[in-house]
Design a protein around this ligand. Structure first.
Ligand code: NDP
Length: 291
């Protein structure tokens, strides 16, 4: 039978997690700063705990999903003694360093700890699109796998507890830059009177979808010492970046990103480089080690 589970935090995401666990037949205990958010869950059979400590004491597994790690730490500290012999899973968004600190803190209390990242929006929880990254000890992941599987496909990435947050934030960074690209493209295209964002969007979706198929090929190039399958001349890439900057300017859109690209590409050309490859684009991003 489904094991008892506690959810701390009933914001949009925590609520979706608790709701999915209830639907799957778990005995769910919840706690939230604003207790009224638990009402519909309680009506469906969840138990609202009067304190974080009592919430943790109700289950072998506590899933925490609040605003950030500072909030989470402040909530857990007065209830820390209750974690002994129990498993804490943080699905609060945070950095690898915060995951490592929290693991050390939990281990010192005699708890087991998993750090997680939710790759879904609340309405996708408990659907095939949802996947979650976990890192930390293998044992609690294996033990709680059936419960964690309710939320979305669980991927245990590493016993290094920081890796889930690293991948999570890497993917969020890619999403953020993709949306920034969408916003920029839409500003440029809709500078033409008569073009709406809605008119333009299908072209953008088709283009980005087609370009996404390049990702595995470029990734293989990045990993391989052999000559890259995909390369362009730096002159060509710099000329295109210049056109993107100028077209933005003509459209009354801020060209800053492309101006910086042009400057960086021209510096590479001036230093004798000729090829634009995925591997060189990635290595350009690394902060140089201090000599
Ligand atoms: P919400 O803003 O909807 O909820 C925030 C939660 O944190 C609420 O439970 C809130 O309590 C609680 N909280 C905030 N400040 C405090 C405080 N000072 N003391 C106690 N509790 C506090 O956010 P989400 O539920 O959407 O997000 C929760 C976590 O999930 C975040 O780390 C987020 O990055 C992550 N996440 C969210 C996704 C999304 O699409 N929404 C996607 C993937 C991850 P109260 O109800 O009382 O305000």
């Amino acid at each position: 039978s489904a094991s008892p589970v506690t959810v701390l935090g009933l914001g949009l995401m925590g609520y979706a997690l608790a709701d999915a666990l209830l639907t799957a037949g778990h005995q769910v205990t919840v706690w939230n700063r604003t207790p009224a958010k638990a009402d519909p869950l309680v009506a469906r059979g969840a138990t609202l705990a009067p304190s974080v400590r009592e919430a943790i004491e109700s289950s072998p597994l506590t899933i925490s999903c609040v605003l950030d790690y500072d909030t989470q730490h402040a909530l857990l500290t007065p209830a820390a003694g209750a974690l002994h012999g129990r498993t804490l899973v943080s699905l609060t968004n945070g950095t690898p360093a915060q995951a490592r600190e929290t693991e050390a803190w939990a281990l010192a209390l005699g708890a087991t700890y998993l750090d997680g990242g939710i790759m879904a929006v609340p309405h996708q929880i408990d659907t095939p699109e949802a996947f979650l990254f976990y890192s930390g000890a293998q044992d609690p992941f294996d033990q709680h796998h059936p419960t964690l599987s309710v939320l979305g496909t669980p991927h245990h990435l590493s016993t290094d507890v920081g890796v889930a947050a690293l991948y999570d934030l890497a993917l969020l960074s890619a999403m953020d830059m993709m949306f920034a690209g969408f916003f920029h493209a839409t500003a440029v295209a809709t500078s033409h009177k008569g073009t709406s964002a809605t008119d333009f969007a299908p072209h953008l979706v088709a283009w980005l979808t087609s370009m996404l198929s390049m990702v595995p090929l470029m990734a293989a190039d990045i990993d391989s010492p052999a000559a890259p399958a995909y390369a362009q001349s730096l002159d060509l890439v710099a000329a295109a970046a210049q056109n993107m900057a100028d077209a933005a300017r003509e459209a009354g859109v801020l060209p800053d990103h492309f101006d910086r690209s042009v400057t960086a590409l021209r510096q590479r050309i001036a230093s004798g480089e000729t090829e634009y490859t995925a591997a060189s684009a990635v290595s350009q991003l690394r902060v140089p080690a201090r000599g």
